[in-house]
Design a protein around this ligand. Sequence first.
Ligand code: SAH
Length: 217
Amino acid sequence: MVAAGFLLLVLAAARWRENGPGTLVWLASFLAMFVIRLPYSIRNRKNAIVEAHKGPDEVILLFAMFATMMLLPLAHLATGCFAFADYALPGGVVAAGAFLQIPFLILFWRAHADLGRNWSPGLEVRQDHTLVTHGIYRRIRHPMYAAIWLSALAQPLLIQNWIAGFLVLPAFAAMWIIRVPREEAMLRRRFAQAWDGYCLRAGRVFPKFGTSAGRDG
Ligand code: SAH
């Protein structure tokens, strides 16, 4: 699977002239995202899971994100298979998409670093799970999802194709609408008043300022 992904990545980079310079920016960010996440994926496998919510809708949402964020863009950039669904935007739009990669990668990296052993791709509570309220989590409750919002907004600008570029937006909107209330309910059950106090100090996706941010973790 990793080898196939790597092959697609190389083919996609080789076709950058056909695909446009924005796709090179997308590929570089994709690689950076992979490098940021990999150590946590490997390390966190060892931390036992004590609560998991893996209903069919969760599985569909995760698969939709995997398909629209990774599989479809890589397949299209490597082969041009969805060329019939291309659109063209003005040149400045690619620069805007490229600029969004900066806050995206910073938020993505800091969210992984601060969640540390508590991170998991699904809705899960780990053994000795702690409530993280420091670092990037001090003022925002969902910095990783904020990062993915930025990436999802930039993707249709960098990959100008309805299937390989645009589809990630509705996929992530569905993920956001369905998953965030479940994740928050799960954390409220687990951390009770500590979670409620944290919600008063930190916004969901936009930082909350003007309240004293403490450390409950
Ligand atoms: N929604 C967060 C984290 C996404 S990763 C963000 O956008 O940054 C998903 C996992 O993170 C969930 O399974 C949950 O157990 C865990 N999680 C989310 N917020 C947390 C917090 N403040 N402290 C500890 N774990 C958290």
